[in-house]
Design a protein around this ligand. Structure first.
Ligand SMILES: [Zn+2]
Length: 286
């Protein structure tokens, strides 16, 4: 049974306002960081959680790995960024849903997100089914982002593949007037795909060098997945050939090298990008 977005409060984690005294310093807290605001989830109240950028992941650590540097860069530039985790990641070899929930909340604070929600789709159960499409369409129409980021559609993990398909379809359906949703149609201007376990030739690479420390901190917030702990089951993530965090950093370092920068994140777009200021590509400011 499909539930309105605001009834999913048990699986959502609005970033509660904290007093300055209780709030731990984060990578963004010294500058360019607006304290997260509380989100109202009252039943029956249409809450427009307006943001500029929405990043969607299959699991609670996906957006940090694939696009954490870009999200931190957007926040630093003053944009409002929201994250939707499709599942709570309860099928992971390590970490309970509750642990991962707390890790995702901490990572959201590090990145300076405006909000972060979990749709509560069963882990390993992501599919472009109508009930999930309507949930995501509802979120898109509420928050009206200009840009949606989602996993690249070729990946070793079927959830990443299915998440990519689900987001692409929800992005399209959100703009259809006759979709069964009480909110007015809205289609984000752009959708970009970020890389997880697999990468391909990117359409473009973003220089994320200035925010790389923030990305690292956000990833390490997911200690149940990447941490070295004797009590954890050895996995591809924590005991593969090289620490997974260093593998991700190596890829970002490689992408950075392709554009002459320290760190870069690569993205693929389904449509050509318009360049409004060609001189900007040459480092010439308007
Ligand atoms: Zn994942």
């Amino acid at each position: 049974m499909w539930q309105p977005f605001w009834l999913l409060a048990t699986s959502c984690w609005p970033l509660a306002n904290k007093s300055a005294k209780s709030q731990k310093p984060t990578a963004n807290s010294q500058k360019d960081f607006s304290p997260p605001r509380r989100i109202n989830y009252q039943k029956g109240l249409i809450t427009v959680l307006k943001i500029d950028v929405m990043a969607v992941g299959a699991h609670p650590d996906d957006v940090e790995v694939g696009t954490g540097g870009l999200l931190a860069t957007f926040v630093k530039q003053g944009l409002k960024v929201g994250v939707v985790d499709l599942t709570a990641g309860e099928m992971a070899s390590n970490g309970t849903a509750e642990e991962r929930h707390e890790e995702a909340r901490r990572a959201a604070e590090v990145l300076g997100l405006t909000w972060r929600n979990c749709l509560g789709i069963p882990d390993r159960g992501i599919a472009a089914e109508k009930k999930y499409l309507l949930q995501l369409v509802e979120v898109i129409r509420q928050s009206r982002p200009r840009l949606i980021l989602c996993p690249y559609g070729e990946d070793r993990h079927p959830d990443h593949v299915n998440a990519s398909r689900l987001v692409q379809e929800a992005h399209f359906d959100a703009g259809l007037a006759k979709v069964d949703c009480r909110l007015p149609p809205f289609r984000a201007e752009q959708i970009w795909y970020y890389f997880l376990a697999r990468a391909a030739e990117p359409t473009f690479i973003v220089d994320v060098s200035d925010c790389y420390r923030t990305k690292r901190l956000a990833m390490t917030a997911h200690a149940s997945q990447f941490g070295k702990d004797l009590n954890r089951i050895e996995t591809f993530l924590n005991a593969g050939p090289g620490n997974m965090l260093s593998v991700i950093e190596s890829r970002d370092r490689y992408f950075g090298s392709l554009i002459g920068k320290m760190y870069g994140e690569g993205f693929i777009t389904p449509a050509p990008l318009a360049i409004h200021n060609p001189l900007g590509l040459l480092g010439v400011k308007e």
